[in-house]
Design a protein around this ligand. Structure first.
Ligand code: HEM
Length: 157
């Protein structure tokens, strides 16, 4: 559950970041590949993501960066009724299971998200703000992970 204070911290901090999704998303994914370079190989686009630089200059990869930022944007817009995103997030988890992304990798994306927030917000990046974002991201990822697990199970049955 998100507290009233969590929601306020998230909304206020996203206000300017959300207007510039692409560059902030690039900072986030750049960090993701530092944390786990093996994730590069999961982006099998026509412009191959052989290296971080290749990936960051691939239009399809940059589309994915924007897609991730739009999911975050949707979560921020639905802080009062995150459960309304449940079906969408379950499906998103299923799709990621199908393309070989592990649920542990969602957690690494979370670390990269916090890094991006820290870089962008500077002194406004406080412990309560970090915790508020972690709380929100955990809700998103837990729904994605339920969809992920369900897809794996459906395939095994
Ligand atoms: C290491 C983590 C991740 C990897 C390797 C990954 C990889 C992929 C791949 C290969 C696709 C299919 C091709 C494409 O649409 O570009 C995809 C689709 C997508 N991903 Fe991710 N992804 C990751 C994490 C996330 C996260 C955390 C989110 C959102 C919070 C997200 C949002 C999306 C969306 C919205 C799509 C499009 C789904 C659709 O076509 O309906 N991804 N991802």
């Amino acid at each position: 559950m998100l507290s009233v204070k969590d929601k306020e911290l998230i909304r206020d901090s996203w206000e300017s970041l959300g207007k510039n999704k692409a560059p902030h998303g690039v900072v986030m994914f750049s960090r993701l590949f530092e944390l786990d370079p093996e994730l590069l190989s999961l982006f099998n686009y026509s412009t191959n993501c052989g290296s971080k630089q290749d990936c960051l200059s691939s239009p399809e990869f940059l589309d994915h960066v924007t897609k991730v930022m739009l999911v975050i944007d949707a979560a921020v817009s639905h802080l009062d009724d995150l459960h309304s995103l449940e079906e969408f997030l379950l499906n998103l988890g299923k799709k990621h299971q199908a393309v070989g992304v592990s649920t542990q990798s969602f957690a690494v994306v979370g670390e990269a998200l916090l890094y991006m927030l820290q870089c962008s917000l500077g002194q406004a990046y406080t412990a309560p703000l970090r915790q508020a974002w972690l709380n929100m991201y955990s809700i998103v990822v837990s729904a994605m992970s339920r969809g992920w697990a369900k897809n794996g199970k459906d395939k095994a049955d």
